[in-house]
Design a protein around this ligand. Sequence first.
Ligand code: FE2
Length: 149
Amino acid sequence: MTTNNGPVITVLEKALADTYALALKTQNYHWNVTGADFFQLHGMFEEQYGDLSGAVDELAERIRALGQLSPGGFKAFQALTQIEDGDGASSPMDMVKDLAKGHETVSSLLREGVATAEENDDVATADMLTGRLTVHQKTAWMLNATAAR
Ligand SMILES: [Fe+2]
């Protein structure tokens, strides 16, 4: 790689921390959701944190492929993420809306990240972040549709 990949690493670290925090929040809601829609939401949240956990691994390993050590602890993630912890006592629809907001927040970061990767001629990272952006936008749509009924 001939270009400085510092800005790309920064974006990947933020995307990793946000994805990790959103996975944890989604799993929190998977565990603690209650009510008549329990089975539907418990299952939907499980699918979503499964996807997010897979993405965590992909993003961390992309940082390694670019030659940097990956963040890997709660303190490091907390310093990097813009996603706040979820409240397991929230109502089911507040959980759904909070997760939709989280996916929209990550989507904004990823849109900027794709541009940063392209500016730095890192097509592989741009492609990875574009793939993640597609998933986050689809998940936000599904959550918003769930909250709208
Ligand atoms: Fe479970």
